[in-house]
Structures are given as structure tokens and as C-alpha cells.
Write a protein that binds this ligand. Structure first.
Ligand code: SAM
Length: 242
């Protein structure tokens, strides 16, 4: 439950250095504004880069590990609610960094995973317009109508995605459940901050191929000869609302 989840009070108070130590400056700490205001002097290490890509419900991290070498100058973050799965990804990140330490010291330094309930605390982690990409890969379908409120695409959550995404940033969705695909398309299309990315552009985006091939769920669906439904939505520059 939530009380066992740790999350920052604000993006500025998040200590990213433990997740991306290669991008943390040593000794050059920065004050946390809201903590400072309260009279405290808590500081977090300054980072040379901010997280730009979030994989929501990353599972075992297949997408992250495939994207990390393709986006070597971008910090990628997996967010996962299950403790054991989060720990698996964190252990794998450490192992890949160690394996590459001598030949490619920056390899996999740009990828990390933390435990979070993204339905509740997303704006605690990211500032407005911080992200360029959000991945929603094979989210839990929650088939029953009374469970639809548990889906990670909804008008409320889409406003949070719109808030943390920069104008021009993209929400990537993929699922093997046609009903969920239609639901995500309907809710994202209905949101004033998003417009659908045309299919030709979608298919030329290298992240789409990775999403189909490298996610654990994507591999499972391929083995079972299932369909994969993809839809991309762009954060508009000047939405009518909000
Ligand atoms: N994205 C991965 C893939 O494509 O292989 C995993 C897909 S799996 C079906 C859905 C994942 O979302 C699970 O690992 C689940 O624990 C996670 N999840 C569900 N609700 C979540 C939430 N509110 N916050 C973070 N992760 C969540």
C-alpha cells in the first residue's frame, strides 16, 4: 500500500544521484527550495541532466535496456509498483554497468528504475514539461467495467501526462487488447492537450519497433501470434485547455 511507497515531496527534493551517479556532480549540492523555505538546509546533489523518458509500469525493463544504448545522452527511468520487479530491474542495471565499466564506462549509466505508483505521484517526480517521452507499454487491461477506473489512461491521468510532457513530447501506447487500445485512443484523442501522431510518422519512429520487439509482453504476444495495437499522441504546443 501507499504508506510503504517512498516519493519526493516535490521534483526539486528528489535525489537523482543515487539512481544516476555518473551524472551527479560531486560536492556541488543544490538546496531544495521548498525544504529551504521551511528553514531546513537539506540539499541534494546537482545533476548534469534530468530524466527525460519515463516507462510507466516498466515490468522487467526490456524496453529500457533496449532503449538505453539507442539514446545514450538521455536519462531513462522505469517506474514500477511491484517491489520485487523493481529490485530485479535495479539489480540488472547495476550488473550491466559493472560488466561495461572498463570498456564503456557510461553504458547503462543513463537507465534506472524506481518503485512508484504512477497513478498517484507522477507530478512529485517530474517538473512541468520535463519529459520528452512517456511509454505506456501493455498496461494492465482491467477488463471489467467497474475496474476501468484503475486503467492508467483516463482524463485525469492524461492531464498529468500533459503536465510533465514538454510541448511536442510523445505518449507511446501499445497493447494486445483491442478494447483497451480503443479506450486509450478515445481518451487521449478527447484530451485537448494531445493529438494523434499519423501512422507514417509512427512507423518511422525507432522507439515503436523497440516497443513491439523488446518489451517482455511484446515478446509474449509474438510467441502467441497475437495482435499488437500501437498509438502515439503528441503533446500540443498550445492546447485550448488547460
Ligand atoms: N511494460 C512492461 C511490458 O510491456 O513488458 C510490463 C507490462 S505489465 C502487463 C504491467 C506492469 O505495470 C506491471 O509490471 C505492473 O506491476 C505495473 N503497474 C500497474 N499499475 C501500476 C502503477 N499504478 N504504477 C506503476 N506500475 C504499475
Amino acid at each position: 500500500s501507499d504508506h510503504a511507497l517512498t516519493y519526493p515531496v516535490s521534483p526539486a527534493s528528489m535525489d537523482w544521484s543515487q539512481h544516476y551517479p555518473a551524472y551527479a556532480s560531486k560536492g556541488n549540492n543544490t538546496a531544495i527550495p521548498d525544504v529551504e523555505e521551511a528553514g531546513a538546509t537539506q540539499r541534494v546533489p546537482k545533476m548534469s541532466k534530468k530524466v527525460e523518458v519515463a516507462d510507466i509500469g516498466c515490468g522487467f525493463g526490456g524496453l529500457l535496456f533496449a532503449l538505453a544504448p539507442k539514446l545514450p545522452d538521455t536519462l531513462l527511468l522505469g517506474m514500477e509498483i511491484r517491489t520485487s520487479v523493481t529490485e530485479y530491474v535495479q539489480t540488472k542495471v547495476k550488473a550491466l554497468r559493472t560488466q561495461n565499466a572498463e570498456t564503456q564506462p557510461m553504458a547503462y549509466q543513463n537507465v534506472a528504475c524506481l518503485r512508484a505508483n504512477t497513478m498517484k505521484f507522477l507530478p512529485n517526480f517530474f517538473e512541468k514539461a520535463q519529459l520528452s517521452k512517456i511509454f505506456l507499454c501493455f498496461p494492465d487491461p482491467h477488463f471489467k467495467a467497474r475496474k476501468h477506473k484503475a486503467r492508467i489512461v483516463s482524463l485525469t491521468l492524461n492531464s498529468e501526462y500533459a503536465y510533465v510532457l514538454r510541448p511536442g513530447g510523445i505518449v507511446y501506447t501499445i497493447t494486445d487488447v483491442e478494447d483497451l487500445h480503443n479506450w486509450m485512443v478515445e481518451h487521449l484523442a478527447a484530451h485537448p492537450s494531445f493529438e494523434r501522431v499519423p501512422e507514417a510518422e509512427q512507423e518511422s519512429d525507432e522507439c515503436v519497433a523497440v516497443m513491439r520487439k523488446e518489451t517482455e509482453e511484446g515478446k509474449k504476444v509474438t510467441r502467441n501470434n497475437g495482435n499488437k495495437y500501437v498509438a502515439l499522441f503528441r503533446r500540443k504546443e498550445n492546447p485550448d485547455w488547460p
